[in-house]
Design a protein around this ligand. Sequence first.
Ligand code: NAD
Length: 291
Amino acid sequence: MATIAFIGLGNMGGPMAANLVKAGHTVKGFDLSADILKSVAASGVTPASSIEEATSGADTVVTMLPKGAHVLSVWSNLASAVKSGTLLIDCSTIDVGSARKAHELAAGANCLSLDAPVSGGTGGAAAGTLTFMAGGSDGAFDRARPVLEAMGKKIVHCGGNGAGQAAKICNNMILGISMIGVCEAFALGEKLGLSHQALFDVASTSSGQCWSINTYCPVPGPVPTSPANNDYKPGFAAALMLKDLKLAQEAALAAGAATPLGAEAAQLFDLFDKQGHGGRDFSAIIEMLRG
Ligand code: NAD
């Protein structure tokens, strides 16, 4: 069993750390928020008052932070706080460039490192059913596998440094585009007098089928568990979808890739966010698309 320092115990990190404890690992946690630190103690995570205290004696460090700047700042501190040979895993969703810089910081401190962003949301974090997309060396991946298995049900080694983040933003660009496509189809169907159920019954079993319709249908009724049946409470907040679409656009610009639909999806979610809907589930964008 590993001795783990977990940095960033928010909506995702808190339940992920709790699942590490459930699997038998020893976990010390640190977060800038004193309230969050108090609340995680109930799940068996030992609260630490600094990164140094959390990492003392740890063989593995997991970070789950908002953005690339936070990860680089914390990993700079880690590089001087941890012992040589420590495994550093970042599960945040961040830009590919920052992820690669974080790997360089780890290498400079003789540590193994993995970028390992997740999909599955807060529900998957609580249930321990996240999907991990990992980037880094075979050695880092092999050592991280038992730690990731305590928090997720599917773990994919996508390639070298930054490959996990690359897979995450490509996947979420598909999701953002496909959700807009499904919303447009339902909005058009409504204007043509088609019932939601009829369109669902056809498209979910025909060539239009995709996760955005089959599992996460953006209108109430056909898929009772989708956020549309719960007043579009997230789920996956529109602000987080916008964050991921912007990361995809940054990466596309840097790599010289043409992503016209990804760019359009980013603009539509930006407008939806500016209209004050960033906290709602991203499938609520159907309301804006109805016009
Ligand atoms: P969150 O804001 O709830 O948690 C982030 C935590 O990091 C906060 O508690 C904050 O206090 C802490 N933090 C920030 N800087 C810190 C520092 N220097 N030292 C210690 N703690 C620090 O965010 P979240 O929803 O848990 O998301 C975390 C990451 O996971 C993000 O990158 C997000 O894009 C990604 N993600 C989120 C979801 C989701 O559904 N919430 C799904 C997939 C991926």
